[in-house]
Design a protein around this ligand. Structure first.
Ligand code: IPM
Ligand code: MG
Length: 356
C-alpha cells in the first residue's frame, strides 16, 4: 500500500519520540513492501513561536489531506503558571480534535508481563489487567462556553452533551467490546450531573442493540477507586471527556508507566496516534524519554487507519522482545535492572528496530 503519513512532533520530548516512531514505520514499510511518504507540521508551543498560532492553517490543511497522523505532545511549562496567557499550546490540540472530528479517543491499558514490578500497584492485583478506554473527545466541559462574570471574580465552564455525541461513542465502545471480553462499563456522575443523566439514558438505550454485551454503570468516583483496587474487573470503559482524561492518567499506572501507553483519536476523518504522555520538558533534549509509547502509537496507526494487522502485531512483538531481553528506559527500570540495560531514547529505539 502507498500511504501518506503526517508527522506532528509538537513540543518537548514529542520531537525525540516521534523520530523513533517514524523509524519503526520505515522499517515496517521495507519489510512488508509498503510505500510510506511523510510530511511534517508544527503544533503547540513550537507553532506559536514560529507563527503566533498553536494550530497554523498550513498544519490543519496538511492534516486533512494525510492518511494518518503520528503525533508527539503539546505543552510548555511557561504557560502552566501563567493563567492569564491568551494563546496556549493546548488550544492547538483541542482545535485539531474539533476540526478533524476526532470524537473517540481509544486508550488501551495493557500491562506487558515483564513490567509487573514497575507499577506501584501489587503484581497480584495487576496481572492480566487489560482495559480499553473510550474517552469522548470533542464535547463536555472542554468545549462548552467559558468565561468570567462579576468583574472577573466568578468563572464558569459549561458542560454540554447532545444525544448523538453520546450515542456515536457508545456504539464504538460496544462494537469494541464484541471483539474482546464482551463487557462494557459506562462511567458517569449521574447522581449529580444532568449531562451524565443524558449519558446514562443514551447508553442504556444503545445497549438494547447489543444484548450480547454485559453492561454496568459506575459513578466516576467509584470507578477511580475500582481501577486501583481491582483493575481486572474492567474490559471496555466508555466515558466523557473530562472523566476520561483523569481516569486514563490514573490507569496508566496499571501499565507501569505513562511512557508505555499509546492512544488513537478517531472519528470522521484522518486518525491521530499519540503517546498519552505529555511534552515532559524536565527531560527534554536529554535523550531519556521512553520512545515505546510512540512506537506503540505507530502500531495502532497501522492497525486502525490502514487495517495492517500483521504489521501492527510485528511492532508489538518487537516491543515485547525488547522488554523480555531486559532493556528498560529509566521510567520503567527498577532497583533490579542492571545499569547496562538502562537505555536512552535512541538506544531503546535501535533495540526495537533490531527486533522487527
Ligand atoms: C490529554 C491531555 C490534554 C487533555 C491536554 C494537554 C489539553 O491531558 O490528551 O489527555 O486534557 O485532553
Ligand atoms: Mg490528559
Amino acid at each position: 500500500m502507498t500511504k501518506n503519513i503526517l508527522i506532528v512532533p509538537g513540543d518537548g520530548i514529542g520531537q525525540e519520540v516521534t523520530a523513533v516512531g517514524k523509524k519503526v514505520l520505515d522499517k515496517i514499510a521495507a519489510k512488508f513492501g509498503h510505500t510510506f511518504t511523510y510530511d511534517e507540521a508544527l503544533i503547540g508551543h513550537v507553532a506559536i513561536e514560529a507563527t503566533g498560532n498553536p494550530l497554523p492553517d498550513e498544519t490543519l490543511a496538511k492534516m486533512k489531506k494525510s492518511d494518518a497522523i503520528l503525533f508527539g505532545a503539546v505543552g510548555h511549562p511557561k504557560y502552566d503558571n501563567d493563567p492569564t496567557a491568551k494563546v496556549r499550546p493546548e488550544q492547538g490540540l483541542l482545535k485539531m480534535r474539533k476540526e478533524l472530528g476526532l470524537y473517540a479517543n481509544l486508550r488501551p491499558i495493557k500491562l506487558f508481563d515483564e513490567l509487573l514490578s514497575a507499577s506501584s500497584i501489587k503484581p497480584e492485583v495487576l496481572k492480566g489487567a487489560d482495559i480499553l478506554f473510550f474517552r469522548e473527545l470533542t464535547g463536555d466541559i472542554y468545549f462548552g462556553e467559558k468565561g468570567r462574570k462579576n468583574n472577573g471574580d466568578t468563572a464558569f465552564d459549561l458542560a454540554e452533551y447532545s444525544r448523538y455525541e453520546v450515542e456515536r461513542i457508545a456504539r464504538k465502545a460496544f462494537e469494541a467490546a464484541r471483539t474482546r471480553r464482551k463487557k462494557l462499563c459506562s462511567v458517569d456522575k449521574a447522581n449529580v450531573l444532568e449531562t451524565s443523566r443524558l449519558w446514562r439514558e443514551v447508553v442504556q438505550k444503545t445497549a438494547l442493540d447489543y444484548p450480547d454485551i454485559e453492561v454496568e454503570h459506575q459513578f466516576v468516583d467509584a470507578a477511580a477507586m475500582i481501577l486501583i483496587k481491582d483493575p481486572r474487573r474492567f474490559d471496555v470503559v466508555v466515558t466523557a471527556n473530562l472523566f476520561g482524561d483523569i481516569l486514563t492518567d490514573e490507569a496508566s499506572q496499571i501499565a507501569g508507566s505513562m511512557g508505555m501507553l499509546a492512544s488513537a483519536s478517531i472519528g470522521d476523518g484522518t486518525g491521530v496516534y499519540e503517546p498519552i504522555h505529555g511534552s515532559a520538558h524536565d527531560i527534554t533534549g536529554k535523550g531519556l524519554a521512553n520512545p515505546l509509547a510512540s512506537v506503540l502509537s505507530a502500531a495502532l496507526l497501522l492497525d486502525i487507519s490502514f487495517g495492517m494487522k500483521a504489521e501492527s502485531e510485528a511492532i508489538i512483538n518487537a516491543v515485547d522482545k525488547v522488554l523480555k531481553a531486559g532493556f528498560r528506559t529509566r521510567d520503567i527500570a527498577d532497583a533490579q535492572t542492571p545499569a547496562d540495560k538502562v537505555l536512552g531514547t535512541d538506544a531503546m529505539g535501535e533495540e526495537a528496530l533490531k527486533n522487527l
